[in-house]
Write a protein that binds this ligand. Sequence first.
Ligand code: PMP
Length: 358
Amino acid sequence: MRVFNFSAGPGVLPLEVLEKAQKELVEYGTSGMSVMEMSHRSKPYEAIIGETEARLRKLMDIPDNYSVLFLQGGASLQFAMVPLNLFRKSNTADYMETGQFASKALKEAKKFGEVRVVASSKADTYSYIPKITKEDVNPEADYFYICANNTIYGTKFNVFPDTGDVPLVADMSSCILSEKVDVSQFGLIFAGAQKNLGPAGVTLVIIRNDLLGFAKENVPTMLDYKVMVENDSMYNTPPTYGIYMLKLMFEWIEAKGGVEVLEKINREKAALLYDFLDQSKLFKGTAVKEDRSMMNVTFVTGDADLDAKFVKEATAAGFVNLKGHRSVGGMRASIYNAMPVEGIQKLVEFMKKFEAEN
Ligand code: PMP
């Protein structure tokens, strides 16, 4: 029996997608083989990767002056690739420190240039997104970096900073395709796949073409975006099966009605849980209301033993992976695109029952 999986990632995938993959596992179309067994240079595989990109371009309305890459190394490798490729004039970058992943990213960038922390919510356990204005942006910075959705703390940028001519770089690992974004606002977007895109092993990068070609001579070939763009993500063997899974995910999103429809459902899903938390006498949301994430809902009872009891009983009832990140404790319900409304309705019912009993 499949459980309701609230994992922060790798996270829940749609049953329809898994079943389609199962159906095509042994033989893809009339190719006579599994996608896993195909040469990445073969006709059928070229069609798969081409279609994956085309579907994403349509779903996100990606303008023609942006390239789409399917890379490896996880979102964490982007913490290094971004500075290695985007430091190009002043060798300085602005970072917003809104959580552990933003913090890791800025530490990595410091190895390659000068990093300025524009604002940080670290002192308040990253429970909010600091508000900044255009005046806070260094106009000389080579780029301005944000983590759009902070998976561990349950916060998100509900308004992206206006950085003027300074390219905005966003880690969208835990919110990509959850709501409509205007890609043209960004110089670069990246996302590890294992939340809203598919299985772990693929990293999506969307980069504006004028930012290509600045990697210094000593940057490893595999870490140069330009090389990857020139080779259509196939300088070496790409994560072929993972990319195929992205294709199935994009087909599923399209069949649902696209990102606008998902966004509407995601808003309803998040509201179900937050509305309950706001009136509960036992549970309390930990993120500042106006910065609440639509994908990762963090909450506590205020008593660590009771939190543990809740997680244990929820698991037994079929609501799994609700334990908060090890660095913050409490609970976290990750409600990615593939989590059905029913999962949240049932979780809220369960929480009501737990509240009445405790
Ligand atoms: N950024 C964010 C926002 C994340 O949630 C994560 C964790 N999946 C990462 C970066 C690191 O991703 P990866 O494990 O793919 O390196």
